[in-house]
Design a protein around this ligand. Structure first.
Ligand code: PLP
Length: 393
């Protein structure tokens, strides 16, 4: 007899599900994939970073023994320095199953040991809501982020919402290159926010999926975390190396928890206990690649170059898309295309326009109008702008 009739088919994931639909679209020569946030070259191809290629060759003879529960020590040390600079004494770090795993592990810990509500930006990476719910935050609260009318940050409302949060709440912040909006706080705004966090003892949980990818400059991108750290706000960070190393499938990430020295053993011990039950220990290969690159001066320099290559291409493509849209449309302001930063462009298109683009023009972006800029290139930018213009008429 059928066992699973009560289960029902859940809705497809709004990001990865769309990628499947794209693959099935038979218009192979003209369809445009702007869905998943993975870097592509101007030829539309994935890019293995040169430093990653060299490190991979060096690792071909590595063994396949288990890593410790908290990961490869050389990796956790090197990734701490990326986030904290040299001041790592109060960092507890666990290697995680990429950024997703870091968010999950942190929320599992916080649910068990920190009795406080969780706040997410009202608009955010859709998986944040899934992870929060599965970690036991049944009804995550939200704070204002984007002003829909202008596609700019609504900083006043953001401050007001967080001011109204119970003292001691957990607040997830995007470190840089906010997904999906591409809209970040300015440094003076981060300063104001930090003062609010101090006054209300809020726990800052930085999602850092795009370190170095926003501006191409690691220190600049890490600044909000360091500012909160220097102000004594004990920030946590969920770090992904998917985008900045192009290691999407290797699941390389880290959770950094800033704690007092006397709290280290307890916090690390419980993070390890949770990880042991969820997946036992993390995969080694990607972490070895990252630590090899971070510890070798030549490979490190090559990686910094690659960060610039990727972020520069995104900057240039934004300019190109904006000028093509300005040519193709009348009375539309496309300034936000170039003022936003990072892999994503929040077009401001409505859901019905997005669906029309998909059905009539074979252009695939998320229902909320988010475009992965990595999918735009010199070949498809003109037809893309023409298609957007057509649905705006
Ligand atoms: N957080 C944000 C905001 C993201 O955009 C992503 C990936 O798209 C992630 C976390 C996690 O990615 P991964 O688990 O591949 O590192």
């Amino acid at each position: 007899a059928a066992r699973w009739t009560h289960v029902g088919v859940p809705p497809a994931d709004p990001i990865l599900g769309l990628k499947v639909v794209f693959r099935q679209d038979p218009f192979t020569s003209s369809k445009i994939d702007l869905t998943v946030g993975a870097y592509r070259t101007n030829d539309g191809e994935p890019w293995v970073l040169p430093a990653v290629r060299v490190a991979t060759e060096r690792l071909l003879t590595a063994d396949h023994e288990y890593l410790p529960i908290d990961g490869l020590p050389a990796f956790t040390r090197a990734t701490q320095r990326l986030m904290y600079g040299d001041d790592v004494a109060s960092a507890v770090t666990v290697q995680t199953l990429s950024g997703t795993g870091a968010v999950r592990l942190s929320l599992e810990f916080l649910k068990r040991f920190f009795d406080a509500p969780l706040y997410l930006p009202r608009i955010t990476w859709s998986n944040h809501f899934n992870i929060a719910r599965d970690a036991g935050f049944a009804d995550p609260r939200t704070y204002a982020y984007l002003d829909d009318a202008t596609s700019r940050l609504d900083f006043e409302s953001m401050l007001a919402d967080l001011d109204a949060a119970p003292d001691g709440s957990i607040v997830l912040l995007h470190l840089c290159a906010h997904n999906p909006t591409g809209v970040d706080l300015t440094l003076p705004q981060w300063e104001i926010l930090a003062d609010l966090f101090a006054r209300k003892s809020l726990l800052p949980l930085f999602d850092s999926a795009y370190l170095g990818f926003a501006t191409g400059d690691l220190d600049r991108d890490a600044k909000p975390f360091r500012l909160f750290f220097e102000k004594g706000l004990a920030p946590w960070a969920c770090v992904s190396f998917s985008k900045n190393f192009g290691l999407y499938s290797e699941r390389v990430g880290a959770l950094h928890a800033t704690v007092r020295v006397e709290e280290r053993d307890a916090v690390l011990g419980h993070l390890k206990k949770i990880a042991r039950a969820m997946y036992s220990n993390p995969p080694a290969f990607g972490a070895r690649i990252v630590s090899t690159v971070l510890e070798d001066p030549d490979l490190y320099a090559s990686w910094l170059d690659s960060l610039h290559v990727m972020s520069d291409r995104i900057f240039e493509t934004r300019g190109l898309l904006r000028s093509h849209l300005e040519n193709a449309t009348r009375d539309h302001d496309w300034d936000h295309i170039t003022s936003q930063i990072g892999m994503f462009c929040f077009t401001g298109l409505t859901k019905s326009q997005v669906l029309e683009l998909r059905e009539k023009h074979h252009v695939y972006m998320l229902d909320n109008g988010r475009v992965s800029m990595a999918g735009v290139n010199t070949r498809n930018v003109e037809p893309l702008a023409a298609a957007i213009a057509a649905v705006l008429e």
